[in-house]
Design a protein around this ligand. Sequence first.
Ligand code: SF4
Length: 217
Amino acid sequence: METPHDPHSINYRIREGLARIATIMRVDEWNRAKTLGLNPTQLAILTALDGRMTGLSVKDVAAHLGISQPTATDSLNALEKKSLVERRASAEDRRAVRVHLTTDGASTLQSHQPDRLAERAVASLESGQHQELLVMLVTMIRELQDQDAIPQQRMCVSCQYFLPFEHSGSSQPHHCKFVDAAFGQSELRIDCRDQLLSTPQKRASDWNKFQAGSAPL
Ligand code: SF4
């Protein structure tokens, strides 16, 4: 018989919940990849390359996807055969090779996006919950970055253009120097194409300001 006294810690049970959501997200990715004639790894590579003007090295691709370099190379070879990515010499070091999305690769990503189950689940939350969840996700992703478990993501909280709580007290407390505009917590970006990674010192100081401003009153 089930009892309300679960022997597992709340952290364990949150992880169980995240695992269920991750399963649905994998189903979403399989479905989308299938409609595009790709496998999920190939689709994830195209997504990781999207909006990166300087491309990524094979090592970066592997780190972003959490896969081995040989697996990344196999998938890149398949994508190259389909003319969805191309390898180019790096502008800084002609001996280094960077992988870029081709025009066909970019339009493949823009094409048909089936209704996603995970987005339906997110849509079931109320608007205040969306914002809270977004801030929690930013916090968890940042922690994983700090542990070098994942590469730096293109998030506002690690962006050179980010001024956290520059307009404290306003409904749009943050400022983006790239577009010179204020924005709210609910507009924080996880993967912004215009992000410029800030220095470790700015990242640490911005994070302190961000956490202090985000704390419940
Ligand atoms: S450029 Fe993008 S990541 Fe940087 S602060 Fe502006 S919106 Fe955020």
